[in-house]
Every structure is written in C-alpha cells, then in structure tokens.
Design a protein around this ligand. Structure first.
Ligand SMILES: NC(=O)c1ccc[n+]([C@@H]2O[C@H](COP(=O)([O-])OP(=O)(O)OC[C@H]3O[C@@H](n4cnc5c(N)ncnc54)[C@H](O)[C@@H]3O)[C@@H](O)[C@H]2O)c1
Length: 414
C-alpha cells in the first residue's frame, strides 16, 4: 500500500491533536505545513515522532505542490479563502487528490455550500472531520446492540452533550469570526452524533430525514460583568456589545423514511461547564436496551493533594480543557484515540488511498451546517421549525444568525 502525504494548513490546537493521532495511523506522513504561527514547533514534533520529514512552507500553494492531500486546520473565518487558494493551486497544476476540512464546514449554509462547490470544481476527494462519529466508544456500543435492535427495533432517543469551561483562542469567542457561540462551535458535534446513533444499521448517514428543530440559546455565565471583564482582559472581546451563547439545548426530530417513525435527538452544549475539563456525554434509549458514554469516567484516575499541586506544570496533558490540578482527576491514557481522532484520520487516509471520499464528505458537512443554522433560526424565532417546509428551507439558504452578525444582545439580553 502507498503512503498518503498530508499537508497541514494551520498548526494550532487541533492540528497538534491530529498529529498525535497520526502516530497510531498507518500509511500516512506529515509532509508539509503552512501556518501563520506554530508551524516550526509542529514540524519538529512530527520529525521527532517519525511522522515524516516535515517541511514548513510559506503558502497554501506550496503545501499543495508537495503533498497528496491537504488538511484545513485554520479558524472558521479563514475557511473559504483557504479553500479558494487550494482550488487555485489545483488549477495551476498542484498534484493533490483530496482535501480534508475540520468542523464546521462553514459558518453559514452559503459558506458551506461554496466549500462543496469549490472542492467539486477542483475534482478533489473530500473528508469532513467530525471526530465524534468515529469514536470507538460509540461505534462499539452500536455494534454490540445491533442484535437487540434487530429484535426490538431501533433507538428512539439519543442525547448528546459536549461541554467545557470555554475555548482557548480569542477568535472562538468573537461570534462574527467564529460564526456564533457554543452552538456553532460544538452543537455541530452533538447534532451529528445524535443522528449517527439513531441511524438504523446499514443505512447511510443521511438516511434519517430531519423534520423539526427546537432550540434555546442563552448566555448564563460569560455575560455577567465579572466574567465579561475576564473575556475582555484575556481575549479582547466585549460580551456587553457582541455576546454569543455559552449554553444551548435543543431537540431535533428525525423521520425514518421507510417506516414513518419519528425519533428524537437532544443536544446540549456549554462553555460554562466548570468541572474537571471537557466532558462528552452521550446516551441512547431503545425499547428494552440502552447505551451511555461519559468521557469523564476513565479507568485511570490520579490524585494530587494540595501540597503536591504546586508542582503541577500543565494539567491539560491529562485532559483537554482541564480546569483543576488537584484532587481526584480523570486521566485519559490515549485521549486522541478516545475522541475519535485516530479512527477519523485512518478513515480519511484509507479512503483517499483507495480513491474514495471519507466516511463523511463535504456534502455531509454542509448538511450539519444547515442543521446548526436551523437551530439558531428556531431559537431566534422562539418556535419549533418545520424543516420540511419549503419556505423554511429557502430562508435557511441565505440565513445568517443575529448572534453571528454581532447582534447577539437582541437575542440573549432580551
Ligand atoms: N474536532 C474538534 O473537536 C475540534 C477541536 C478544536 C478545534 N476544531 C476546529 O479546528 C479549527 C482550528 O481550531 P484550533 O483550535 O486549532 O484553532 P487555533 O486558534 O488553536 O489554531 C489555529 C491555527 O491556524 C493558524 N492560522 C490562522 N489563520 C491562518 C491563515 N489565514 N493561514 C494559515 N494559518 C492560519 C494559526 O496560526 C494557528 O496555527 C477550527 O475550525 C475549529 O472549529 C475542532
């Protein structure tokens, strides 16, 4: 089997996590990086860990000229420009075969559809990175429960949450740059995971038809004066003027097109989860059976007493977005694998090497963006959105949420 040479655009938080996962993935190497910061450090890590003779380049085009597939790991507001540069490089003869893009594919439906169009025009294979659908914890549970489902019927309810105390880079907090608040940032994971869990065995990941959306967005912590000031001091964003939601919860209803049965996915996301660190929690209920995943329950725990806590250098080496460095702490022994980064990278590599799109292609990513935007619209209107209504579908095509326009005060303070 050949090796897939990957070129990274961006070398921040997620690029580093995926580089860790690549140590566990066969038939790929990190051949090049272009980034406005952090490229040299990541290239040094890659070389030290046998991921390839990684070269730092000065442009997207140069990366495209020296790899087989390019990966977009830059902030949301750079997506389209980077994709346009990739498409331009292909036009100029770059030999790449595929493009991978981290979630979200776009900040609006129009942006996500443009990403799909550009990749198509450039004749590139695509892979949309949504790691939670690749989590072994979830997929092993589904495999275990398939025999029960065959006898009893499918899941009728899936619940999914992703929560932590808030993002690490300033641009995430700026709704005009990021595309919103926690719904845009993490709701995309939870909505997609609910649909994945609810999908019957052997059906495509777009089989279940979304028919209705209910949603509530709110600002519970970071709108308070004390915490607004912290955001201003740390990231230079002013949540008195341009706030974004730090808590969202909603219900999406899907219809099984073969049986007409309605099933529900409930999603909850927050940036005000002041516990140990990132928590992913999913559960699902079927007739007579159930499953549950909680990322804060690990077979590995450590204890750090007050006196010893002074010596802790970096608690995040144990758990993403960790907020505590003492007491009884959950530790993941292979965090990149647990979150699904290893399996998602393996999927993209194997798919591209065999001339196929990844398990989740850009069209799938655009549909997730569509559902996230539907959630914003439902919250803004304060009503259950009928996703089968042609008028609603048309409105969503050009919709941009008030929060992402910097008008979040109208939604969150009223
Ligand atoms: N799957 C997940 O769980 C997950 C987790 C975190 C982030 N993400 C996604 O990954 C993307 C990146 O997030 P992050 O946390 O790594 O952000 P980050 O702020 O940590 O890093 C961004 C990187 O992009 C570089 N960059 C910025 N603008 C650039 C440009 N125009 N050209 C080239 N490089 C540029 C920066 O220098 C930096 O290296 C976002 O879209 C985010 O939504 C996904």
């Amino acid at each position: 089997m050949k090796t897939l040479r990957l070129g990274f655009i961006g070398s921040g938080f997620i690029a580093n996590f995926l580089a860790v996962s690549m140590k566990q993935v066969r038939h790929c190497e990190l051949s090049g990086i272009y980034s406005t910061s952090g490229a040299e450090e990541l290239a040094a890590y890659a070389k030290k860990n046998g991921l390839g003779e990684t070269v730092v380049y000065n442009s997207v085009k140069e990366v495209c000229n020296h790899c087989d597939a390019v990966v977009i790991f830059t902030p949301n507001f750079t997506r389209l420009t980077i994709m346009e540069e990739i498409a331009g490089a292909v036009k100029d003869g770059a030999p790449i075969k595929g493009v991978i893009c981290e979630k979200p594919l776009g900040r609006t439906v129009a942006e996500a559809e443009k990403m799909v169009e550009l990749a198509k025009e450039a004749n590139l294979l695509t892979s949309y990175f949504e790691n939670q659908l690749h989590m072994n914890a979830i997929n092993n549970a589904l495999n275990q429960l398939r025999p029960q489902q065959n006898v009893m019927g499918n899941f009728t309810l899936a619940r999914s949450t992703e929560e932590h105390a808030g993002p690490h880079s300033g641009w995430f907090w700026d709704p005009t740059q990021q595309g919103g608040g926690v719904l845009s940032d993490m709701g995309c994971h939870s909505i997609a995971v609910c649909r994945h869990i609810l999908t019957p065995e052997g059906k495509s990941n777009r089989f279940l038809e979304p028919v209705a959306m209910q949603c509530d967005t709110s600002l519970l912590k970071w709108g308070q004066p004390k915490y607004r000031q912290q955001l201003m001091d740390k990231f230079g964003v002013d949540y008195s003027k341009t706030p974004a939601e730090d808590f969202v919860t909603g219900i999406i209803t899907f219809k099984n097109p073969e049986t007409g049965q309605l099933v529900k996915g409930q999603f909850t996301n927050s940036w005000m989860y002041d516990k140990q660190g990132l928590r992913l929690w999913m559960d699902a209920i079927g007739p007579g059976y159930a499953m549950e995943v909680n990322s804060l329950i690990s077979p590995l725990e450590i204890f750090i007493g007050d006196e010893a806590a002074e010596g802790v250098a970096d608690a995040e080496t144990a758990l993403e977005k960790s907020t505590a460095s003492r007491g009884l702490l959950a530790v993941h022994s292979n965090e990149a694998d647990f979150y699904g980064y290893t399996t998602e990278m393996q999927d993209a590599v194997n798919s591209f090497l065999t001339g196929k799109d990844g398990m989740l292609d850009f069209e799938y990513g655009a549909e997730v963006t569509y559902l996230v935007q539907a959630a914003y619209m439902a919250a803004e209107k304060g009503e259950t959105l009928d996703l089968t209504d042609e008028k609603v579908k048309k409105e969503l095509k050009s919709y941009r949420s008030l929060i992402s326009q910097g008008k979040g005060a109208d939604v969150l303070f009223s």
